[in-house]
Design a protein around this ligand. Structure first.
Ligand code: GDP
Ligand code: MG
Length: 163
């Protein structure tokens, strides 16, 4: 089987936008508001002849923040367990949130290799925020913009070098 690469992170950081860009599908539905129910979605991807399967850990239906956190953790744990490499998505415009710290804690426990992907790095100004995310205490940090299509090649280079 192809190596599995999981996209993990709190809702609304741009996981599905990235997934769609990379896999060329519209399977992972992008929403302006967090909280739309989605299952984990798998798609095959290829970069420089190296094939892998991407899994987009979807958003969750939530009434309360507790439900959100619980569901997010469950989805992510399943994906993490099965994956060779984790793309931990965070929002470069918002900065680190308490939910990001929750996910980071879980990822550290898993012992799996992690790339911290600072999405929404749309311009030069946003680039200044990338380094704040080293505070999460995980692996390499890279800035991308899924909506603008910036930094995707560099990220994919990093992904296949880690498989
Ligand atoms: P998910 O919940 O993590 O899957 O996030 P989505 O992919 O559904 O995106 C949430 C929102 O962020 C949508 O409004 C996207 O258009 C927006 N978004 C995604 N990537 C970027 C980006 O690189 N820059 C900006 N400015 N917005 C983005
Ligand atoms: Mg999504």
């Amino acid at each position: 089987a192809k190596p599995l690469v999981a996209i993990v992170g709190r809702p609304n950081v741009g996981k599905s936008t990235f997934f769609n860009r990379i896999t060329g599908t519209k399977l992972a539905i992008v929403e302006d508001t967090p909280g739309v129910t989605r299952d984990r979605i798998y798609a095959d991807a290829e970069w420089l002849g190296k094939e892998f399967t991407l899994v987009d850990t979807g958003g969750v239906d939530m009434d309360t923040e507790d439900v959100l956190l619980r569901q997010m953790r469950m989805q992510a744990e399943l994906a993490i367990e099965a994956s060779q490499l984790i793309l931990f998505f965070v929002d470069g415009k918002t900065g680190i949130t308490s939910e990001d710290y929750e996910v980071a804690k879980m990822l550290r426990k898993s012992g799996k290799p992690v790339i911290v992907v600072v999405n929404k790095t749309d311009n030069k100004n946003d680039e200044q925020n990338i380094y704040d995310f080293y505070e999460l205490g995980l692996g390499e940090v890279i800035g991308i913009s899924s909506s603008q299509g910036l930094g995707l090649g560099d990220l994919l280079d990093l992904v296949i070098s880690g498989l």
